[in-house]
Write a protein that binds this ligand. Structure first.
Ligand code: SF4
Length: 505
């Protein structure tokens, strides 16, 4: 089905992409989307099956999207509209090691040297970026974060003191976005802000989640509020049975390739459809994690039984999910039939540089990296293990494995991979000749200090399950990063070339 009717994609650099299976792309029935009319509501389509009240926020009779409802409630208003600025109460503020020194400095300067944070139980400080390094400045970041958390009696500080053995630090978690979910800080209907752009991951829980800068974070520390412009919502309807060789990473690479890196700038990306309903929480997190690569303000998946089940043993805090109304207004709607899709990669140097994995099978690679908040979760490693198991041979290139968190690391050594005869991921990785799973952290996803594990210190070609492939992102400015799903990454490790995982299934 042609999709040339969408002016949104006329800015695409490679028209050949129109030949992709995602040409199942359609625009909502009444949509006449013009890039220049970004403020115009042009599509009204809803796939909510259950009738709901117009608003979960009170007396409003106006239909709203889930994001609008969350922001309205957090702003203590009956309703909000896209483009409106609203003072928003924040439920959770996440701060990491590389931003904490700057934020605490601004906070003290603006609110006073003896000022106290607005709520010690709503702040989560997570060291994760530059941890396992000999760089003293990186250590200093964590030391400053620790001092600040002690001074402010912050309830949730996931500290690390002994870097020689992460397991000696029971409080230490690892990559913030995965840790937030595992520790029960992600809850439907809430507002979660973090000083990291991939805070959008938490939208998988049906909440509003996005990244903020240091100044905003310092203001939130002092007041618990932020002035937010309400984003309009783009709706992505993904239907069909997900083929066994695809993962959520393929879905989001496809969407970003479709709408470009600026296709969702300051917009909500709402994901619905039967495919989304069938995704696990970790896969929904992968989807929402990368909305920021299309410029998205936030991503959101409606909470459902899968969400509630995941949260059962993670939080006892009450939460109230909200859902888009049937007649809520969406800026545009995109429809995908995932059953026709094929495994994808994003070629260097942009996440929207989409290509079929099989079309890149002549690209010789130097290494594979499986890790990060996008592709370093338990299910990501399970997926990679499945390919190694099916391949039955050893890797052709160095293969680095970086579990996102301490819990993921433990899972690799304790959980049995289905249909493996009782083997764990770690056993399968060992038999395949991969590097042993490293200490959980962001590691080389963002390059980091020179001695960071897995860092591209030379102009190597790497297939990676991370989320960005800009020049220098993983270290060397001339490094070539192919973003891919864990299936594609593992298949590529087995051949030494970018490889479609169907070769091993
Ligand atoms: S794993 Fe990578 S993308 Fe995720 S928070 Fe860390 S540096 Fe950022």
């Amino acid at each position: 089905m042609a999709f040339t009717s969408s002016p949104l994609i006329t800015c695409k650099k490679e028209l050949s992409l129109f030949a992709f299976p995602s040409s199942s792309f359609t625009i909502g029935k009444r949509q006449k989307c013009k890039k220049s009319s970004s403020n115009k509501i042009v599509s009204v389509v809803s796939s909510q099956k259950n009738k709901r009240n117009p608003s979960a926020t009170g007396s409003s009779k106006s239909a709203m999207t889930a994001t609008e409802k969350i922001l309205a409630r957090a702003a203590e208003k009956c309703e909000v509209r896209p483009g409106e600025n609203a003072w928003t109460n924040v439920d959770v503020l996440m701060i990491n090691d590389i931003t904490c020194p700057g934020i605490s400095g601004i906070f003290k300067k603006q609110f006073g040297i003896t000022a106290k944070v607005w709520d010690r139980e709503k702040i989560v400080v997570i060291p994760d970026h530059y941890i396992f390094t000999n760089d003293d400045r990186a250590h200093r970041n964590v030391d400053i974060a620790r001092d600040f958390c002690v001074e402010q009696d912050i309830k949730y500080f996931y500290d690390i003191k002994d870097r020689s053995n992460f397991r000696a630090n029971p409080d230490y978690k690892g990559v913030c976005h995965v840790a937030l979910a595992q520790e029960g800080h992600c809850r439907p209907g809430e507002v979660l802000l973090g000083t990291d752009s991939h805070t959008t991951s938490a939208g998988a829980f049906g909440q509003f989640a996005t990244g903020v800068g240091n100044t905003d974070a310092a203001f939130i520390l002092g007041t618990g509020r932020i002035l937010l412009k309400v984003p309009p919502t783009l709706r992505f309807v993904l239907d069909g049975e997900l083929p066994s060789y695809l993962l959520a990473k393929d879905l989001i690479l496809n969407i970003i390739g479709e709408i470009s890196m600026s296709g969702a700038t300051y917009k909500t990306m709402e994901f619905v459809g039967t495919t989304i309903e069938g995704l696990s929480m970790e896969e929904r997190m992968t989807l929402c994690n990368m909305v920021v690569e299309a410029g998205g303000k936030n991503g959101i998946v409606a909470a459902d039984r899968t969400t509630y089940k995941y949260l059962e043993d993670k939080t006892s805090a009450p939460y109230e999910p909200v859902f888009s109304d049937e007649n809520a207004r969406f800026l545009a709607q995109y429809r995908f039939d995932v059953s026709k899709m094929e495994p994808l990669v994003a070629k260097p140097q942009s996440p929207d540089n989409r290509a079929l994995a099989r079309e890149c099978n002549n690209v010789k690679i130097d290494r594979v990296y499986i890790g990060s908040c996008t592709g370093g979760k338990t299910e990501d490693f399970m997926a990679a293990a499945k390919v190694f198991l099916a391949g039955g041979k050893t890797v052709k290139v160095p293969t680095f494995l970086v579990p996102a968190t301490q819990k993921v690391w433990m899972d690799l050594y304790t959980l049995e991979v289905p249909e493996s005869g009782g083997k764990t991921c770690s056993k399968i990785f060992e038999e395949a000749g991969c590097d042993p799973p490293a200490s959980p952290s962001c590691a080389a996803c963002m390059g980091g200090p020179k001695d960071t594990y897995g860092r591209l210190n030379e102009p190597k070609v790497c297939v990676s399950t991370t989320n960005r492939n800009f020049p220098g992102r993983m270290g060397h400015i001339e490094g070539q990063i192919y973003l891919a799903s864990p299936y594609t990454a593992a298949a590529s490790a087995l051949t030494g070339f970018v490889t479609d995982p169907r070769e091993f299934f």
